[in-house]
Design a protein around this ligand. Structure first.
Ligand code: ADP
Ligand code: MG
Length: 501
């Protein structure tokens, strides 16, 4: 519980209802308390109904017997029978009530309270009872004043002729008068007070139990969320990097699953970043190590001939160039790591762009006696980032020349449909082994490290190319047969970048 209160530290009071736990507690507590109170009232109410109905029936029975006595003693005509008067008083005392005997002229023949004696009673129910006989028999409960009013017909039965009996089935009734009785329900009220008092005590006890129960349940049921939060916090603080585990509720499992997936993704990103950093360090270190060895060997030797100096300095300069190339490639790669928002799009003539790239590559191709061919099926104009796409074409053509044989060829084919343009760089060079095809776009990956280094490769060219193509929402594809040649194809939307943004 202390834990639970702590969780809400720092929360403003109005925010407290934003807590799932508080809401849960309120719902459970309110449901419990409301049903408890409802039960209290329903039980008291049904007790009251039952008690009133039992009492009414009981009194009504007594009154019917009394009514028969009244007829027997002819009381309505001569209301002086001691027996009946005693009986009336006894009944009135017994039920703590008042009995009035009313004759068929609506005159009160006898009132046990002696107030209304001799007066005329005009009451709808009495009149009705006089008219309808036993059907007019009535008992009415007046809750606010605490009494039951009963109307009982005083009926004389007259036996009719034989044939009529068979016809009507019942002896005929003549209503001679009415008994108007009220009996107090004080005893029922007292019992209800006692019951209500007891129920209240029980209610308070149950309320306490419900509140404790609601607190425990809301605390317990939502505990998994605390555990998840704690687990995520642990991860955030860096105490652990394990996937979080939690109790198996369907709801929390979904959160945990989503979170662990995110965690895996972040881990993968982190791993690849670490790998990248270590690769970068390694790649940058290599030229520096070479330079250090070259410089040291010059320093440790005495009287080094001028030619040797020159040769070593030449090597050192070469290593500096290499270092420079790696750094430039890394910078290019970082630039490509952004989304397409980093593109500066213009309308570009792709064939002309390719021609200018090929022109720049021609001297290197000529050195290896490699033929450069441009084969464009149609004029292609696309909305692209000119610098980045020329970098892509340059990297692909450069690779096709570098990983080629003497007297080979490199052919650039350009084609387009209504949506995309396709640019393929075909060579008949050394080819790429199948197992390497999945890796060539990785940063610093080279099939043959020493050969690539020799020809000045950094292993970053294809990574740069691929990122640039993806920034344009395009795709890059390679087909290669070892020893026969390689074809790289890029497919880039003619204008998708502007349109889809
Ligand atoms: N046209 C090609 N023919 C054969 N191998 C290729 C070709 N293009 C790329 N490769 C292989 O893919 C590797 C990665 O290429 P790249 O990322 O451009 O790095 P780099 O050219 O600096 O070595 C190269 O080292 C090479 O082994
Ligand atoms: Mg390359």
């Amino acid at each position: 519980m202390a834990d639970m209160i702590n969780t809400y530290n720092g929360l403003k009071f109005k925010d407290i209802f934003k807590s799932l736990r508080v809401r849960f507690f309120i719902i459970v507590a309110v449901t419990g308390l409301v049903s408890c109170i409802c039960m209290h009232w329903i039980i008291l109410d049904s007790y009251e109904n039952r008690a009133v109905s039992v009492k009414s029936t009981e009194v009504q029975t007594q009154l019917r017997i009394l009514a028969n006595h009244l007829i027997f003693y002819n009381y309505l005509q001569s209301p002086s029978s001691e027996v009946i008067n005693a009986e009336l008083d006894m009944l009135a005392n017994l039920y703590d009530g008042r009995v009035m005997v009313i004759n068929d002229d609506l005159k009160v023949v006898k009132d046990t309270y002696s107030i209304s004696q001799g007066k005329t009673i005009i009451s709808e129910e009495v009149v009705n009872c006089l008219k309808t006989g036993s059907r007019g028999m009535l008992s009415k409960y007046d809750q606010s004043n605490g009494y039951i009013e009963l109307i009982t017909p005083i009926v004389e039965t007259q036996v009719i002729e034989e044939q009529d009996v068979s016809e009507y089935g019942n002896p005929n009734e003549v209503v001679r008068g009415v008994l108007l009785t009220s009996v107090s329900t004080d005893t029922i009220a007292t019992t209800m007070d006692i019951l209500s008092h007891r129920a209240s005590i029980i209610e308070v006890l149950i309320a306490l139990i419900i509140i404790v129960f609601a607190a425990l349940v809301s605390y317990g049921l939502l505990k998994p969320f605390d555990r998840i939060t704690a687990a995520i916090n642990d991860l955030k603080e860096g105490y652990t990097d394990k996937p979080i585990v939690g109790p198996n509720y369907i709801e929390t499992e979904a959160i945990i699953k989503a979170f662990n997936a995110l965690l895996r993704r972040m881990k993968t990103l982190d791993d690849s970043r670490q790998e990248f950093v270590s690769n970068v360090s390694h790649e940058l270190k290599t030229p520096i190590t070479s330079m250090k060895i070259l410089a040291d060997s010059l320093l440790t030797q005495e009287d080094v001939p001028n030619e040797v100096y020159k040769e070593f300095m030449n090597d050192i300069s070469h290593e500096v160039d290499r270092e420079d190339k790696i750094i430039n490639d890394l910078l290019a790669l970082v630039k490509m790591d952004k989304t397409s928002a980093g593109l500066s799009i213009t309308s570009v003539d792709v064939v002309a762009l390719t021609e200018s790239v090929l022109k720049r590559m021609r001297p290197i191709a000529r050195k290896h006696n490699i033929e450069l061919i441009l084969d464009s099926k149609r004029a292609v104009t696309a909305e692209i980032d000119e610098v980045k796409i020329s970098l892509v074409i340059m990297n692909l053509v450069e690779n096709a020349i570098k990983y080629n044989n003497e007297n080979g060829f490199v052919r650039v084919e350009i084609d387009a449909d209504h949506q995309y343009f396709y640019l393929s760089v075909v060579d008949n060079g050394v080819g790429i082994p199948e197992e390497s095809l999945d890796h060539i776009y990785e940063r610093f990956y080279r099939v043959d490290k020493s050969r690539s280094r020799e020809i000045g490769g950094t292993g970053l060219g294809l990574a740069i190319a691929r990122n640039a193509v993806i920034m344009h929402r395009g795709s890059i594809d390679v087909k290669s047969t070892l020893g026969e040649g390689t074809t790289f194809t890029i497919k880039i939307p003619l204008s998708s970048v502007g349109a889809k943004q």
